[in-house]
Design a protein around this ligand. Structure first.
Ligand SMILES: [Zn+2]
Length: 219
């Protein structure tokens, strides 16, 4: 293992555990991956192993075609979509799938998190998330449907399941997934207050925010 890889393995596990700590996944739900900068290989969480018990050596390394290079476990069941994302978006360095309750609640009634929080606008460039209908995941057809929906977005809602977000780093992909759930939660709560149309961030202000996010290199 080259120097630096152990830190990236720890970062992947810490990200997954943090997602569990704040209720974005449960047990071994979801999946997390990053591109190893020295080799271009993909480091991904294994399937079915609870994040609490994951050790750095338990992670799986794959080449971009999905061949296993190392790891004693099988890679995540959503490996096809992670690999297709890295194949089609060579600039991304991380990808995250979580199963957050507020986004899932909105999506179940065909709603998508709106531009209700600045952080959401900054991290998604005002484009929000794309959405794909509920179809069986974990296969090549589902991976293709996800990436067809992705276009120039940074995240896709999988209806009745969760979201899949990408970023130039694992950290950015994770921040996106977290910000999307935060926007969904605030939108849900503001609607629960009884007013039908919560105020959103206006178009011109969003444009300013998007320019700022570009200057920061977030989008
Ligand atoms: Zn899932």
């Amino acid at each position: 293992m080259v120097s630096g890889e152990i830190a990236l393995r720890r970062e992947l596990i810490e990200t997954a555990r943090h997602a569990e700590d704040i209720g974005l996944v449960i047990y071994s739900q979801g999946n997390f991956s990053l591109k190893l900068p020295h080799s271009g290989s993909i480091l991904i969480t294994p399937t079915g192993i609870p994040y609490r018990r994951l050790e750095p050596d338990d992670l799986v390394v794959l080449d971009l075609d999905g061949n296993k290079l190392s790891g004693k476990y099988e890679p995540s069941s959503e490996t096809p979509v992670h690999l297709l994302a890295y194949q089609q978006m060579p600039d991304i360095g991380g990808a995250v799938h979580i199963e957050p309750p507020y986004i899932n609640a909105l999506a179940a009634v065909n709603l998508n998190p709106p531009p209700i929080l600045g952080n959401f606008v900054y991290l998604f460039g005002g484009k929000g998330l794309a959405m794909v209908e509920s179809i069986r995941s974990g296969n090549a057809a589902f991976a293709r449907a996800t990436m067809e929906a992705m276009q120039d977005h940074f995240g896709v809602i999988w209806k009745n399941h969760g979201i899949f977000c990408v970023g130039s780093s694992l950290e950015l992909a994770y921040r996106r997934s977290w910000a999307a759930e935060q926007a969904a939660k605030v939108y849900y709560l503001s609607r629960a207050l009884g007013k039908c149309d919560p105020e959103m961030i206006s178009g011109p202000v969003q444009e300013e925010m998007i320019d700022m996010a570009r200057n920061w290199g977030w989008i």
